[in-house]
Design a protein around this ligand. Structure first.
Ligand SMILES: Cc1ncc(COP(=O)(O)O)c(C=O)c1O
Length: 441
């Protein structure tokens, strides 16, 4: 076993050993504080602003994407009660839902919420800056051949493990931009093929996600016609995701699912760089306050948010620092170093992080198909293990006791955030399923 490096000085040695042994575990965040008193570098009003911006973009989005024709340009996913699936996963009392971002329109993953938002807001601001539209023009005015033609002289670039690239690439091409996606070595070939079909230039790096992002950032810095979507630092991405909280609130209200001191809400959010789960969790804490208990999930080989938060925020800590490889089948979560921006925001807001073994991702992916008819990719299946981790581990039970939730846990609601999968090609998906079924016998 690898020795702990000097960077993990401040991380509990037992925790480091368990992470190095790749043991799926739950870590409870000692930094969690009351929502009302947190001091973080973003503001709740930014969530409301994002909700407003999404509404303003609606007609333009409807114009640009065939799959938004019937939703009035709204990018939203279904909330599905998943009692059978939860039972198959070893259900305890409470209600269980899957938030179906695996089937989000436009990009088939949670990344549609961030990538589309940032690219469309950038387009609006560029068009105003270039005088292509009046300062008070509505976004719909971007839907003209003249604007498209002008945008053809500009590039939108991004570094990605795959799904953000799909979202940003598709959005940029829909508006007429040139699009360049820098992909990490983990990116699945079908995502590369799909992007190229949309006319996106794909640069494939034989290196990890951090290197792909750094390379994209460097190229953009040298060329003023390139706009770089910075997954490691972008507030626009973060707030694009955050608007999902209001969507969930409305769906729970519609189903008369209460969320209050006696009806806690538990959320399980797959985490890579942290932008998507961080943005959603930040939004949820604004909507539900302390009654929302947000947990990230990460692959056992890539627990980047966990190692950073458990070490404190004084210096950057990566999964490599404790000898992990960052090799996982969950390509969307193959990230060695969490966004420092997200780590700062989540430090007082996150309830905890649990880790998952790759084999379990395939088992759960197969259960999701069998018991709920959901087509998930491995990263998304990670959300399904949350309730068991919370209810069955000593750490999870400790959390419930510490927050006085033992008595009302039977009235709790668990939302498993399924973040991607509907665009996975059938042959690839059948391979995932077969692997999951084989692991279950
Ligand atoms: C399917 C899926 N789930 C979760 C994530 C994690 O999102 P983030 O990297 O913003 O933490 C990703 C990222 O690409 C993803 O593709």
């Amino acid at each position: 076993m690898l020795a702990a490096s000097k960077k993990d000085n401040e991380m509990d040695k037992t925790l480091v050993s368990r992470l190095q042994a790749l043991e799926p575990l739950m870590w409870i965040n000692p930094g969690l504080g009351p929502t009302a008193s947190v001091q973080v570098p973003v503001r709740p009003e930014q969530v409301a602003e994002a909700e407003k911006n999404w509404r303003l973009l609606g007609p333009l989005l409807q114009h640009c994407f065939a799959d938004l024709q019937h939703s009035g340009g709204v990018i939203a996913s279904e909330l599905t009660e998943a009692t059978d699936l939860a039972t198959a996963m070893g259900k305890a009392p409470g209600r269980y839902f899957v938030k179906g971002d695996h089937a989000l329109p436009v990009a088939g993953s949670v990344k549609a919420r961030g990538g589309v938002y940032e690219v469309f807001l950038h387009a609006l601001s560029l068009a105003r800056q270039l005088g292509l539209i009046a300062p008070d023009a509505t976004p719909s005015e971007l839907a003209s051949d003249a604007v498209r033609k002008k945008f053809g002289g500009f590039t939108v670039a991004v570094g990605s493990t795959g799904n953000l690239g799909l979202s940003v690439g598709i959005a940029a091409r829909a508006l007429g931009f040139r699009a360049v996606v820098h992909m990490s070595a983990d990116a699945k070939p079908w995502k590369v093929t799909r992007l190229r079909r949309h006319g996106v230039d794909v640069v494939q790096h034989q290196a990890d996600y951090g290197t792909a992002v750094a390379s994209a950032r460097q190229q953009a810095q040298a060329d003023s016609t390139i706009y770089f979507v910075d997954d490691e630092r972008s507030e626009l991405l973060f707030f694009g995701y955050s608007a999902a909280a209001a969507e969930l609130r409305d769906q729970l209200t519609e189903r008369q699912v209460p969320v209050d001191a006696n009806h806690p809400l538990f959320l399980y959010l797959p985490c890579g760089i942290g932008g998507a789960p961080g943005g959603i969790a930040y939004g949820l804490k604004q909507v539900f306050g302390d009654h929302a208990h947000c947990f990230f999930v990460e692959p056992a080989q890539s627990p980047c948010a966990l190692v950073q938060l458990a070490s404190g925020l004084k210096s950057v800590v990566t999964v490599y620092d404790i000898g992990l490889t960052n090799q996982t089948e969950a390509d969307g979560m193959a990230v060695a170093e969490v966004s420092q921006f997200v780590a700062q925001v989540m430090q007082p807001l996150l309830s905890g992080v649990y880790t998952v073994a790759d084999d379990d991702l395939f088992r759960w992916l197969a259960l999701a198909q069998e018991h709920a008819g959901l087509q998930l990719e491995p990263s998304a299946a990670a959300c399904l293990g949350g309730p068991q981790m919370l209810l069955s581990t000593a750490e999870g039970q400790g959390y419930l006791a510490q927050h006085g939730l033992d008595a009302c846990i039977g009235q709790g609601t668990h939302v498993m955030w399924a973040t991607g999968g509907s665009l996975v090609p059938q042959d690839e998906y059948q391979g995932f399923l077969q692997k999951g079924c084989a692991l279950m016998v």
